[in-house]
Design a protein around this ligand. Structure first.
Ligand SMILES: Nc1ncnc2c1ncn2[C@@H]1O[C@H](COP(=O)(O)OP(=O)(O)O)[C@@H](O)[C@H]1O
Ligand SMILES: [Mg+2]
Length: 335
């Protein structure tokens, strides 16, 4: 599916904005702060259901009381999202829903300048990154993650209340134990699939013989649901003092290993960029393989961060996809 056009009303700094998209490459050029990332944000909301950087109250144009964004696809599908400071509504054809269902989502690959810091960034950044990626790959992952996060936030809220009994937490503990282990299994499986392609993809970009893998680490490899429940119970006093849940897959980590050493500290800036590019290419590849859909590529201001060789690599790799690029300056790409 290809995007034909997108229009925004009262969305961030845009009062009325319309963009016609090319089937191949669309370039959005403009000064910093003119609203380029916001256009990608709107596309993201209309294909993924929510923003990658904020919640609706921040997005609605200041001093207005609603936003409306619309996307038209080449298949005739049209999706409209509106938000009026209270309710968010998606309208797909003539049906209105509160949330964008899995069947109405369309895969996109978002490439932000901050992704280039993924390797050295905090574990939570990597968790968010892979959670987003795996949610696209498998709607079951998305729904399990959603259940897990809701239960965790409820449990943490309860832990902060003054009068609470251990038993009150039990229903939440059950959800965490069950879904936490499902997430762990998915994460192992997806990381293994990424690893199958990572070194070869990296080498095709860097043109050398380096080796790169991702290591997924969790404390819950050998544990059953019952054992996990027991652990949660044992940590109850500690969690009460902390005011949050101290164990669980919300603390898992992903580490990039470059020639048998942690990439953070051993891979150069250029190598790091090649690793991230490789990861993006694999993202697209797995989405095509698993969902049989061609993701739309959203490149937010990343060209300024890449040298000529990596720019052309990026463009060549995605030449069969619809690509939407934002940039402050015009740029050239060597063939
Ligand atoms: N809710 C809002 N209402 C009005 N303006 C906003 C809102 N949120 C952000 N902005 C402004 O919109 C502009 C666009 O931001 P952004 O899309 O990130 O720009 P760019 O990517 O072109 O640098 C920024 O100047 C920001 O201050
Ligand atoms: Mg921007």
């Amino acid at each position: 599916m290809l995007i034909k056009s997108i229009s925004l009303k009262n969305f961030r700094n845009h009062t009325d904005y319309f963009l016609k998209c090319n089937p191949t490459t669309t370039l959005i050029l403009g000064e910093n702060g003119c609203g380029k990332t916001s256009v990608l944000e709107a596309i993201y909301i209309l294909t993924q259901g929510k923003s990658f950087r904020a919640t609706d109250p921040d997005i609605i144009k200041r001093e207005t009381d609603f936003y409306r964004i619309e996307i038209n696809f080449d298949t005739g599908v049209k999706i409209i999202a509106t938000y009026d400071n209270l309710n968010k509504t998606f309208q797909i054809s003539d049906k209105k829903t509160k949330r964008l269902s899995a069947k109405n989502k369309y895969p996109v690959i978002l490439f932000l300048p901050s992704d280039l810091n993924l390797i050295s960034g905090s574990p939570s950044r990597r968790r968010d990154y892979f959670d987003r990626f795996f949610s696209t790959l498998n709607p079951i992952y998305a729904s399990v993650l959603n259940k897990y996060e809701k239960a965790l936030s409820q449990r943490n809220k309860l832990l902060k209340t003054e009068y609470i009994k251990k038993d009150t937490l039990f229903p939440w503990d059950l959800i965490l134990a069950k879904n936490g282990l499902i997430l762990k299994n998915f994460r192992h499986q997806f990381i293994e699939e990424i690893n199958q392609y990572l070194t070869t993809t990296y080498r095709s970009i860097a043109e050398n013989n380096d080796e790169i893998t991702i290591e997924y680490t969790t404390d819950y490899n050998e544990i059953t649901e019952a054992e996990f429940l027991k652990l949660l119970e044992q940590k109850y006093e500690k969690d009460r003092v902390l005011g949050h849940t101290s164990i669980g897959v919300q603390r898992d980590n992903y580490e990039f290993i470059f020639n048998q050493k942690p990439a953070d500290g051993s891979a150069s800036r250029g190598e790091t960029r090649s690793i991230i590019l490789a990861l993006k290419f694999i993202e697209a590849r797995l989405i095509v393989e698993k969902l049989n859909q061609k993701p739309i590529i959203l490149l937010d201001d990343v060209f300024s961060e890449l040298d000529n060789k990596r720019r052309s690599c990026l463009i060549n790799n995605f030449k069969n996809h619809q690509v939407i690029i934002t940039s402050v300056e015009k740029f050239t790409i060597e063939k």
